[in-house]
Design a protein around this ligand. Sequence first.
Ligand SMILES: [Zn+2]
Length: 227
Amino acid sequence: MVLAWITCSWVCYKVIKHCGSRVDTLQNQVRQLQQQLNVAYQGTGYAPPVVHQQAAGGSGKLSEVLFFPDPAMPCHYAGNCRRNNCTYAHQPTNLTRLLQFLGSARSTIDVCVFTITCDEIAEALLAAQKRGVRVRIISDNDQSKTQGSDVERLRAAGIPVALDADQYHMHHKFAVLDSRMIANGSFNWTRQAVLFNQENVVLSDNPALVAQFCRQFEILWQKYYKR
Ligand SMILES: [Zn+2]
């Protein structure tokens, strides 16, 4: 009995000590990163990005890259498909990983992409909105009017959309989840990119990267969003 109590106390002490040191390490990382950014931006005429404590909540363990194209679009009945000769994918693909990634958002998804015509991705954003995630979209004004664009459909569903208003393109392809993780790369959110193009998407929760993408999203949102 006494031995069990001593063992339990020792484990609790170790857990508390470990958590305490982790928080301390993160705060130090944030402070150091902010100092580095301040120095790097000196004399550039630009304000340095502000490193959010929240953005530093990423573990830094997510470091993944998806390479498209996929062999096929995912089967809607995957795992339970009884169709003979079904040509859709029944195994995980890059797209299913990206959909899973979007599905992991708990509070916010900030999307900043040139174009959205991939219905599966649009559905993932709608599903996120339905489960209470605040979704915002920045996209290109020319692309939003092209055939097959899902942007207006998403706007009609109540998702706030900001479009650039000039002759040049809003050409980013990134998304920030929960101010904690990013997806970024060449990949346009289109069916063609899924099935045919050579594309990449990096998934990361690197605090320094996440903080800078958060800041850029806010800058563009202020610039383009019309109430
Ligand atoms: Zn199938």
